[in-house]
Design a protein around this ligand. Structure first.
Ligand SMILES: Cc1cc(C)[n+](CCc2c[nH]cn2)c(C)c1
Ligand SMILES: [Zn+2]
Length: 258
């Protein structure tokens, strides 16, 4: 039985095969704005994405993921809390079975209906897979989704869902610009953390945007039509694919804004 999000293989069980689940810099966390310290030394995020690096969209059995060509620096993150240049590898989402939950990070205990993760890797390493296990290997930009008006930039993604309903399905997906999924204001909180799914490597500089983007309730319902299960298996709705907040263990959370 491989890891998942059910009682018998979910976040409470991951420590059995991945002992780092009880590590000192695990993610996600509850972000308490009043306890975050403003750091004037933090630079604005510098994100530049080239839509022509967009390759395909995949149901990997845990989430829906859009993968990018990362053989050049054309889609990358610089500045913010990081040094050097991190290349965009993929983005994906976490969401709930209903609009009252779904995000991984929470803000003073508030859960959002979903959370977008844009995963970047440090080009001081030779590849994503080499970087993924290094303490400064990855930088993930997290963006909360809240319920509001229909988000036209999500529509292009959601239209592809019918062709990747079950685990292992993928289809080509071209010319998507992930910057259309960023909020207008790029104020952020940042802290040292980890992957939020096994192997839970403590390799992530987290950059969580304060401002959410919107999705309509109908658009959220579309995420819930995806399946954890493969074609031919009993259909198992892909919902609640989020890890709950983990202990801060003395870590500082910094804010790029007052
Ligand atoms: C080597 C590696 C494996 C996995 C599942 N992931 C995704 C884990 C994840 C999803 N959301 C936050 N971390 C990454 C980023 C790297
Ligand atoms: Zn994620």
């Amino acid at each position: 039985m491989s890891w998942g999000y059910k009682p018998n293989n979910g976040p409470q069980k991951w420590v059995e095969n991945f002992p780092i689940a009880d590590g000192v810099r695990q993610s996600p966390i509850d972000i308490v704005p009043g306890q975050a310290s403003y750091d004037a030394g933090l630079k604005p995020l510098n994100l530049k994405y080239d839509p022509s690096t967009c390759l395909d969209i995949l149901n990997n059995g845990h989430s829906v993921q859009v993968t990018f060509a990362d053989d050049t620096d054309s889609s990358r993150l610089t500045d913010g809390p990081i040094s050097g240049l991190y290349r965009l590898k993929q983005f994906h989402f976490h969401w709930g079975a209903s609009d009252d939950k779904g995000s991984e990070h929470t803000v003073a205990g508030t859960k959002y209906p979903a959370e977008l993760h844009l995963v970047h890797w440090n080009t001081k390493y030779a590849s994503f897979s080499e970087a993924a296990s290094k303490p400064d290997g990855l930088a993930v930009v997290g963006v909360f989704l809240k319920i509001g008006g229909e988000n036209p930039n999500l529509q292009k993604l959601l239209k592809a869902f019918d062709t990747i309903k079950s685990k292992g399905k993928q289809t080509s997906f071209a010319n998507f610009d992930p910057s259309t999924l960023l909020p207008g204001c790029l104020d952020y909180w940042t802290y040292d953390g980890s992957l939020t799914t096994p192997p839970l490597y403590e390799s992530v500089t987290w950059i969580v945007c304060k401002e959410p983007i919107t999705a309509s309730s109908a658009q959220m319902a579309k995420f819930r039509t995806l399946l954890f299960s493969a074609d031919g298996a009993a259909p198992d709705c892909m919902v609640n694919n989020y890890r709950p907040p983990q202990p801060l263990k003395g870590r500082a959370v910094r804010a790029s804004f007052k």
